[in-house]
Write a protein that binds this ligand. Sequence first.
Ligand code: 0X9
Ligand code: ZN
Length: 429
Amino acid sequence: MPTLLVLLMVSSVFTADPSAATEEFGIDEKAVSYSGFQVWSITVRSNGEHKLLRQIIEQYDVEVWKEQKTDKAAITELLVAPQVQRVLKVKLTEADISYGIKINDLHTVIDNGNEKHNMSSLNTKTGHSMDWTKYHRLADIYGYLNYLASTYPSRVELINIGTSYEKRPLYVVRIFNRSSSVVKPAVWIDGGIHAREWISPALATYIIRQLVEVPANEALLCNVDWFIMPVMNPDGYEYSHAFNRLWRKTRSVTSWTSCRGVDPNRNFGYKVMGGLGTSTNPCSDVYKGTRAFSEPETFATSNFIKGKASSIKLYLTLHSYGQAALIPWGYNVVYPSDYSDMLELAKSAVSKFTKYRYRVGNAAAIYYPAAGGSDDWAKSIGIKYSYTFELSDTGAYGFLLPASNILPVCQDFFPALDVFAAKVATMKV
Ligand code: 0X9
Ligand code: ZN
């Protein structure tokens, strides 16, 4: 069995209880409740144990949140529905596999994970509703981008690169020095490919703010242009706020099933067909879609990047969780010929972090093989430096990182951009 991600094909999300009705989108859709759901962490140290664990996971239809590998062990984090907790305990004990409960009741963590304060007072003071003390809805994020574009026309251009499946605009912010007419090498950063990874758009918007609104960071615009897309999958992001906190995919409809959405990070067109860690089952969380770039979100993004491919020298995509800088190739444990350059730059970037420690390595080797990722695709079109950063944490909260962590994560991350910008500035367009 090449990858544990195959197991994500069957998602236990569908066993969660839809209660609390909401009609926010005019659809009578029920919000999914994760009451009594737990997250377990399981460490296996031999192939035999690994095989047993996989059998158990498959048999009981348990969703895998994350797998990370070290030389000696594989750590698997599982979302465990209340109805299988007892039997899973028995099976793991019988197999002599030890486990720990990381999250005791998901519902409580989801409930406490975001601030509920009203932003209207902030809005009157600052002209926008954005801050980094809570996870914001798309309207606040897009409101902030529009505010920046109209307030700082000399360094911000807001580019509408297309429309999502549910007709939301797809925005890229270009941050640059408009007074200079030379074409500069550029950095691309995106967030929010995966809906539930809320820390990712939070960091992307923080970076935008630092580059645009903090004069001390002006030097970062001298030799480099920045293209930042804070929410690549806005439909999924909104859905994860309104209906299902653990939603990962887009929201597109497949004609023959009621299961919705494609994993955007299995939909980029490089080695995706028949690829490891992908699924052809529309109900899977790693469903790759009917063809590469089937999703309007990945299609628009890839077209835009292709149009700028000669100037974009570094591709950075923000995900969570695990605290790792992942380097292509991710479709399998294969190393690009310039892997050592990529490794060196990533190591020097993460060396800037003072609060959180990040692992650095080949994506397929230290996580799992998974084809159709945006990082592989970016590398395949000739962008030399291409990385997936899996942000905080290492599993205490996983995708449900409480909002009180946003600022610490962002502040820790930002200095790494000095390293990336310095490298990109030396590259020829
Ligand atoms: O599985 C993914 O898409 C990424 N992890 S996440 O938990 N954020 O979903 C890792 C992608 C690494 N890159 C490739 N496999 N190409
Ligand atoms: Zn992700």
